[in-house]
Structure formats: C-alpha cells, structure tokens
Ligand binder design. Structure first.
Ligand code: ADP
Ligand code: ADP
Length: 228
C-alpha cells in the first residue's frame, strides 16, 4: 500500500510541484496518473520510489516512512519497487541478460539464483531469444521489455512507470500495456504516469489527475480527460 498524507514537494528554486497531496493506493491496484506537462506527475511518482523526498508531509510504502529510510537501506526499498522509464535507462554496454542480472546483483541476491530468475523474467517479456543482445541491437519496444524484466526480476510489490510508452509506436505501446496488465493480474500494484489518451480510455482503470500540484480528480474506471 502507498499512502501520501498532506505531501508537499517544493524544489530549491521555489517551484511548488506538489501542494498538499493526500492519496491511498491499495495493494493490487492499477492506477494511471494523468495531467498537463509540468503538473507534478513525475514528482508524485518519484516520491514513491524515493528518487525525491517530500518537503513536508508523509509518504508511506507498506507503512514505512520513505523519508526515514536511511540511505544504505534504499536498495532494499528499491527491491520492493520496480521502476520503468520512458527512455528505458538500460546500461548500454551490457546485454539484455546482464541488465536484468544487474538489478539482482545490486541487492546481493545469491549467485545461484541469478541465472534462473533472469531467464524467467526475460521469458515473461518474450525475449528469451534476445538475451545476449546489447540495447543498441534491440528495437525500442524490445528495450522497454528488457526494462520491464529488470523491474520485475526482484518480484517487487509495486511497479512505478513514468511514461513507459512515451517513445513507442501504438503497436509496441499496446504490447507494453498488455504486459503491465498481466503483471498486475499476478498481484503487483502498478502506478503509471502517461499522456496516452487512447490507452487510458480503453483500459478503464483508476485515474488520478494532477493539475498544478493538486489532485483534481480520482476515479475508478476513469478516463483521460484531456485533449492532447
Ligand atoms: P510532470 O511530470 O507533470 O510534467 P513534474 O513533476 O516533472 O511534472 O514537474 C512539476 C514542476 O516542478 C514543473 O514546474 C517542473 O519544472 C518543476 N520541477 C521538476 N523537477 C524539478 C527539479 N528537479 N528542480 C526544479 N524544478 C523542478
Ligand atoms: P543508482 O544509485 O544509480 O540508482 P542502483 O544500483 O540502485 O544505482 O541501480 C543501478 C541501475 O539499475 C540503474 O541504472 C537504475 O536505474 C537501475 N535500477 C535500480 N533499481 C531499479 C528498479 N527497482 N527498477 C528498475 N531499475 C532499477
């Protein structure tokens, strides 16, 4: 479960990216975060994976206050949360296999477990035959599937995705969405910031809309609600 209680995020330049956000996301939910550019969507989800800390207010992940998590424990927090980015953020000199294995090595998973778990994750995303390829040898859709394998390989309770389809064509975007839907149906909570109107309006999940740092709409089975 993710909880935010009166959360403010004010950057050093004085910009108030979030202004008093209160939200609860239960285990197993699928949530879209929508809103205009600059509304605070990225700030909202960065607080969930502790990329940013709240200026005031409280963010709880399964009851743990992320602000109080000491820096050396962040890898363990990250193990509970898989993150997927618009630009994939794969390590360019490493194969698909090594990119996924790295996420296990970073949290000191026993060596014996690494190969079976990496292979299982890459199989789930349909890339068993591309394990040795470098990111530059893969299409955008394939790179995003590697990044999803990396995000799920630790069996996290949460997947946080910031515009995961932002660089993909419609067909690849839908493939990524079916994958995230399947991961969600296995019990993982998914929170996804997006500008993809067609996807939000077709999938009909919970929609949280943010404008100027404030949650202006929170609907189960909601719609995108903007023209862009
Ligand atoms: P969105 O994801 O909806 O585009 P962001 O959370 O990225 O919104 O940004 C919200 C506001 O905070 C914007 O005005 C943006 O320019 C500002 N902002 C975001 N990150 C930083 C930062 N690291 N330093 C200063 N201002 C930032
Ligand atoms: P850093 O301090 O740079 O975050 P990490 O060892 O935590 O170093 O992460 C190494 C790489 O793995 C980075 O490229 C990071 O983006 C990625 N990564 C870390 N945690 C996750 C996660 N939970 N989901 C997806 N990618 C992750």
């Amino acid at each position: 479960m993710i909880e935010m209680h009166d959360v403010w995020k004010v950057y050093p330049n004085g910009i108030e990216a979030l202004r008093g956000v209160n939200i609860t996301i239960d285990t197993g939910e699928f949530v879209y975060v929508v809103g205009p550019s600059g509304a605070g969507k990225s700030s909202f989800i960065k607080l969930m994976y502790r990329e940013e800390k709240p200026t005031s207010g409280v963010v709880l992940i399964n009851g743990v206050n992320v602000k109080r998590v000491r820096d050396w424990k962040i890898p363990h927090l990250r193990r509970k949360i898989g993150v997927v980015f618009q630009d994939y953020k794969l390590l360019p000199h490493m194969s698909a296999y090594d990119n996924v294995a790295f996420a296990l090595e970073a949290v000191e998973v026993p060596t014996k477990q690494i190969q079976p778990r990496v292979e299982e994750a890459l199989e789930l995303v349909g890339l068993s035959d591309r394990m040795k390829a470098l990111p530059s040898q893969l299409s955008g859709g394939e790179q995003q599937r590697v990044s999803i394998a990396r995000a799920i390989v630790n069996n996290p309770g949460f997947i946080i995705a910031d515009e995961p389809t932002g660089n993909l064509d419609p067909e690849n975007s839908w493939d990524i969405m079916y994958l995230l839907e399947e991961i969600n149906m296995r019990g993982t909570t998914v929170v996804m910031a997006t500008h993809n109107k067609e996807i939000v309006n077709t999938m009909r999940q919970r929609v949280i809309a943010i404008e100027q740092g404030i949650v202006v709409r929170d609907e189960i089975g909601g719609e995108y609600g903007y023209e862009d």
